[in-house]
Ligand binder design. Sequence first.
Ligand SMILES: Nc1ncnc2c1ncn2[C@@H]1O[C@H](COP(=O)(O)OP(=O)(O)OP(=O)(O)O)[C@@H](O)[C@H]1O
Ligand SMILES: [Mg+2]
Length: 576
Amino acid sequence: MWSVLLMYEKEFIGGHIFDGSIANLKFAYDALTRTNNEFVKTPIENGEILISEEPFSSEKYFLRVNEIKYGGNAAWALEMAREHNYFEKNRDLSDEHENPDEPFRAQREEQRFNIAECEILGVSRENGFFSARTPISVFSRVRKLVPQDFDGPLQKTMGDLKIGHLRSGSQVLSLEAGIFKKALSTHTFITARTGGGKSNTMKVLNGVMLETKGEVSPLIFEPHGEYIQDLKRHPLQKERLVIYNQDGRDGDNKIKIAYKRVTVDSLMNIRKQMRWTEPQERFMTEAQAVLRDNWFQVLVETPYDEEEYFIMNGKPFEDDDMGDLQDFVSHLGKGTGSKPKLLRDIFRGGAHIDTIKATKSKLQRLARATFLVADEKQDDMEFIIGHLLNGKGVLVDMASLSGLQELFLSSLLTSEVLERQKALYKKDRKGFEEGKYPTIAIVLEECQRVLGKGEDTEGNVFRSVVNEGRKFLLGLIAITQQAKLMDPVVLSQMNTHIILGISDETDFDLLKGRVQKSIKNLEMDINQLMPGEAIISSPTSPFALPIKIFEYNQYIENLKRKIPSTTTSSNFSLFT
Ligand SMILES: Nc1ncnc2c1ncn2[C@@H]1O[C@H](COP(=O)(O)OP(=O)(O)OP(=O)(O)O)[C@@H](O)[C@H]1O
Ligand SMILES: [Mg+2]
């Protein structure tokens, strides 16, 4: 009791509630505070969280300062200011006054006070944290926040993936906060202006997900090559994160995806970039129906006619020339006695020659991607899915790929993960509900490219993840610089928002209408955030939670101290 009292006295800042409403409480405090007989400005700042304890119950009100005004009589203050102007210009008091430049600047601390306007973030009671339905009693005291204020039920709302420290204005508290593992399957949105700290946030979050030792498996699409080196310094990387790249350098795996994984559906994710025409789409669907798994390889590798055969093989076409592809298409010839080996023959009477040729040339362009291989024995998909189901993270470095290839590869992988999770759910629904399987979190940078406003919605796998992922424990972590470029529907399906500094008014207004916990009074605050300072809003956060994200290097240093170098085994040994 004594120590609590002591803390209270120390933190007490002398404010008292005097006016306002539930929506906008006002308290008055001395603008100057005397410490060691010297006056200093009372350290209360905009955005700061303060506590007011109700004298007539055990309730604690959490307040956030939204505005600070000068107190006192405005007319009197105006006259004072004018007097200062006058004397500085017109009167020479050098002979009469010991401090001739400041004859009227006596401290007069009792006359200097400020009025802070606050919103009530909520009321902490013994059994939980609630929104305020009554104002706090007038003249209640207002004091600084201390970490102990979060003891009890509020502590449980701070998340189990801690990515930063709680912040009160620009002051960083010692209390850690973050998001919930469970919330990952209802999607996370990270946004900031350039340099606001998105990548640092994502690196920390990736690191923290690896720390769950199998409860969360991140599938990280790495477009700029900025995470890899940092994640390699993570003490659990070797144990918990498998890295794929495009050329097998640095001892990492070269990613290989078999032609067979390419489906017409997967190509619809790059519809805009490939400019598929309707006849081309129809033709591909027909080809897939006829040639099944082999459709992509057959279209890419089979000459259309004799002329193309000559160009591709450097020799004239002979009818008895049995290529490898013959095996794929031989079943088509059953009963007719002829075995087609030219596309023209397979699709006789079907699509127009121009359609076939144009489609083929587009597919050939795709087939040149370094990650595609004809040989299905080399395919990595099973390993990748296996790692994820086994609670391991997978990072795919795509820095050397073109935008189109990058999108194609990420769609191929995401489609497969979604399909597998769906199938697994069908087989073992109970297992999903009982927490037998890890949550898979797909990390997507520059997400507006695939989830942008006016993007084709049909067949877009990332949209399917956003729509259906929750049930299958599959969530998206979407990162973008500009919320306004995002599809508003997608934005509203994101349940957790991590908002770092943003300056764009349109971005703010959009987010304001979409977030789970109100940020409507935070426009200036969010505008002023320094790199790494953020607001977290999720259904489970008690209010829009101000935090300072860990700086990644610092996070790693602390983690190395916490985690002994010996590796520990997974909680999820079920697939090993
Ligand atoms: N939590 C943090 N603590 C301390 N410094 C930080 C933090 N987050 C970011 N910074 C600083 O801000 C810089 C920019 O951060 P970061 O690269 O994460 O921003 P970004 O939003 O990804 O930028 P871009 O839009 O250019 O990709 C970092 O190099 C670092 O110096
Ligand atoms: Mg970045």
